[in-house]
Design a protein around this ligand. Structure first.
Ligand SMILES: Nc1ncnc2c1ncn2[C@@H]1O[C@H](COP(=O)(O)OP(=O)(O)O)[C@@H](O)[C@H]1O
Ligand SMILES: [Mg+2]
Length: 281
């Protein structure tokens, strides 16, 4: 698919953030964010999650929702654990793992040069509360933001068709990247909802799909841990099962839910991905 046609660009350009509206999120409230890596403490908007974690979240930290902040001036995002989630229960690993997997994801999407812009923020202060989080630059519009306009009724017939084409193309690419993350790095994509698929944007060009959001339970354990997966044959057998029983159903469930064309789950594709992405020791 030709991704740089004027119509394609025009549609996607509409998804770029204006003031405090990025990827369809709106400000819940403004927050002061202090850390030596941040250029300024102001202009941070809490757009998702909260900073006042409830008692139940403290008791069950693996499911504690992370706070999402966006800065429309610097075009950066912060994702952080709420203040009273106890870090001693390996919670900081959620952040550390997410940073590690996002860097791998950037490499897969041909955006390695952005890896150093993804930064762990230890001793970050949000409204004076010490938290642990990480910083990312704005990578581009999410597939969710693109699809939202369809539900919203703001596209005409041609734009709807174009959106279906773009979403099928991008989602299939995201699926290929999830297979690559699994085969090459042993990382697992637990939640391929369209909010976690970004259409990366750089210097006036829309590029590859980019997978984000790796803070949920399953990603923490790499898929191929353990001696028995050292051999390529064992990795291959495990991947074949994961592809058929988990990854394809996971992606196609989301595709169906959001009226995105289904991903290519043929045996031929499976063979191609294994051949292309399984590292030969
Ligand atoms: N670096 C980024 N570039 C573009 N959008 C982002 C970025 N980081 C977060 N977002 C937006 O914020 C949303 C929430 O972030 P995400 O990491 O998916 O957290 P959650 O666990 O709350 O889903 C994403 O769906 C995406 O729209
Ligand atoms: Mg998400």
């Amino acid at each position: 698919m030709e991704t740089q046609t004027p119509e394609f660009k025009e549609l996607l350009l509409r998804q770029l953030p204006d003031k405090v509206n990025a990827n369809m999120f709106r400000t819940k409230r403004k927050v002061q964010a202090e850390h030596s890596e941040l250029t300024e403490a102001n202009n941070w908007h809490l757009v998702k999650g909260g900073l006042n974690s409830s008692k139940s979240e403290s008791v069950n930290p693996p499911s504690a929702a992370l706070a999402i902040l966006f800065n429309p001036v610097t075009l950066e995002w912060i994702k952080a654990l709420p203040p009273n989630v106890p870090l001693q229960k390996d919670q900081d690993k959620r952040i550390k793992n997410e940073v590690m997997i996002i860097r791998a994801s950037l490499e897969i999407s041909g955006l390695s040069k952005l890896q150093n812009h993804v930064k762990e923020l230890e001793n970050l202060f949000l409204d004076g509360h010490p938290v642990f989080g990480f910083l990312t630059p704005h990578f581009g519009p999410s597939l969710d933001a693109l699809l939202y306009q369809v539900d919203n009724g703001s596209y005409n017939v041609t734009e709807k068709q174009l959106t279906a084409e773009i979403s099928g193309y991008i989602y299939n690419q995201a699926f290929e990247h999830a297979c690559q993350l699994c085969l090459k790095y042993g990382f697992w994509v637990q939640d391929p909802n369209p909010g976690n698929v970004i259409i990366s944007y750089e210097n006036g060009m829309f590029n590859d799909a980019l997978l984000i959001d790796f803070a949920s339970g399953r990603q923490i354990a790499p898929t191929f841990v353990g001696q028995k997966y050292q051999e390529p044959e064992a990795r291959k057998a495990r991947f074949v099962r994961l592809f058929k029983e988990e990854l394809c159903p996971l992606f196609n469930r989301e595709a169906t839910k959001h009226s995105i064309p289904l991903i290519d789950s043929s045996n031929q594709t499976l063979c191609n991905y294994v051949e292309k992405f399984l590292p030969i020791n």
